[in-house]
Design a protein around this ligand. Structure first.
Ligand code: GLN
Length: 452
């Protein structure tokens, strides 16, 4: 049914970079065979899934939506893809994204522009916009994404879906093409809180192949999603993210959700996290710095695109030509910014002070969580914006992640759940729920209460 749906609507949505009907049917038959042979087919046997094209897959290309990796076939599976195969899931395909996960609209893909199924003239969010569009268009029941600054929560919010950014280290980065290694976090995108929890649980947990993986039990997210009550829970509204200057309909739905949570028995208080005001600035130094280092590996020598290697040019010339042609403008902007911020003489002033801000943000969270169980805010300042509206203005694009970035810098857990449609445009609004490190279950518990 999902393959048929892809055939029907993909020409409008453009969510996938790669699909393979026969391969998917083959995987489904293999699940049937495991069942027929009396083997355990896994907890999600036969359930289809779409993977963001940043997770390596041995049987499909993996491009990170970059020309520099066009047609690259990885020699190994990411832990996330391997574990979901193990769980019995059938891979429908690889989804479009902003190149190397840098962006908030999926318009930075080198290959195509994905549309928001709610309104095809709008963006599906980003960078996991292919995954959110696929789930929203019923082209997949579940999808994986990655969240470095909001790239799961923001696309989930603007497509009316549930998206979770697990605790950093709670889900493995092995086989995830790196953007900013201290921030990158794989997570689920789904139509319901319960579905997201099932996917979250299936790929999470300790992985010895990722040195930052947390060696602790997976938080009980499925149980929390089933429970879904908030009576007696203390919920903090972050004053710095309470919606001043945000779209009116976003504020309205957020306020109504606060009232809903109170009516369900939660105690809602206002909490101040003063350093959050500097989060966006710190992120746009730290993320590009790490990206400039991580993307050095695309050197035209080891794998991927190679341009101008005609026997007359030096390795440096080939490298330079390849990177000039292989990377898109946003990726280049970040490499240049990051290289500058890390250069000697500027390191302390830029990268060093951004790291200090990062510590202050973590302290704000720690202080807040002494008094409340979870923090809430709108997920995004606006609903899905029109395709093309912000492509010429990087600052406007960066503002889409205003509310989501503090959690990445601190490494704790957060989830976005739909909380109604904005009256002025009829588009989905998301509520963000943030919890302490390894308390991901609390975000699911509150999310399930809001969803019901
Ligand atoms: N939009 C943010 C950026 O461009 C976040 C991206 C992400 O989470 N991968 O960096």
């Amino acid at each position: 049914a999902y393959l048929d749906r892809i055939a029907e609507v993909e020409g409008d949505v453009h969510a996938y970079l790669h699909t393979d009907r026969e391969a998917a049917l083959g995987q489904a038959r293999a699940v049937d065979e495991r069942i027929a042979a009396g083997e355990d087919p896994g907890p999600l046997a036969g359930v289809p899934v779409a993977h963001k094209d940043v997770f390596t897959t041995v049987d499909m290309p993996t491009t990170a939506a970059s020309k520099i990796l066009a047609d690259w076939r990885p020699p190994y599976d990411a832990t996330v893809t391997a574990r979901l195969r193990q769980a019995g899931m059938v891979i429908l395909g690889k989804t479009n994204m902003d190149e190397f996960a840098m962006g908030s609209s999926t318009e930075n893909s080198a290959f195509q522009t994905t549309r928001n199924p709610w309104d095809l003239s709008r963006i599906p969010g980003g960078s996991s916009g292919g995954s959110s569009a696929a789930v929203a268009a019923f082209e997949a029941p579940l999808a994986t994404g990655t969240d470095t600054g909001g790239s799961i929560r923001q696309p989930a919010a603007v497509c009316g879906l549930v998206g979770a950014k697990p605790t950093y280290g709670g889900s493995s980065r092995y086989g995830l093409i790196a953007f900013a290694s201290s921030l990158d976090t794989p997570g689920p995108i789904a139509r319901s809180v319960q579905d997201a929890a099932l996917l979250h649980e299936a790929f999470s947990g300790h992985d010895p192949r990722d040195s930052t993986s947390v060696d602790a039990p997976v938080p009980p997210v499925v149980e929390a999603a089933r429970r879904g009550d908030v009576a007696g829970l203390r919920i903090g509204v972050v004053r710095e993210l309470d919606g001043e200057g945000y779209q009116a309909g976003v504020r309205q739905r957020f306020q109504e959700t606060v009232e809903l949570l109170e009516s369900l028995g939660a105690k809602v208080v206002e909490v101040s996290c003063p350093s959050f005001d500097a989060a966006l600035s710190a992120y746009y130094l730290i993320a590009p710095s790490e990206c400039s280092s991580n993307l050095a590996r695309f050197d035209a020598m080891r794998y991927g695109l190679r341009v101008g290697d005609d026997g007359t040019r030096s390795a440096e010339e080939v490298m330079s030509l390849t990177r000039a042609e292989g990377f898109g403008p946003e990726v280049k902007r970040r490499i240049i910014l990051g290289t500058y911020a890390l250069s000697s003489g500027y390191y302390d002033a830029y990268y060093g002070s951004a790291q200090q801000v990062r510590t202050l943000i973590k302290r704000d969270f720690d202080a807040a969580f002494e008094n409340v169980d979870v923090l809430i805010s709108p997920t995004t300042p606006t609903t899905a914006f029109p395709v093309g509206e912000r492509t010429g203005d990087p600052m406007a694009m960066y503002l889409a992640d205003l509310c989501t970035i503090p959690t990445n810098l601190a490494g704790n857990a957060a989830l976005s759940v739909p909380c109604g449609l904005a009256p002025e445009d009829g588009l989905p609004v998301g509520l963000q729920i943030m919890a302490p490190v390894m308390a991901d279950d609390r975000t699911y518990r509150v999310g399930a209460a809001v969803e019901a």
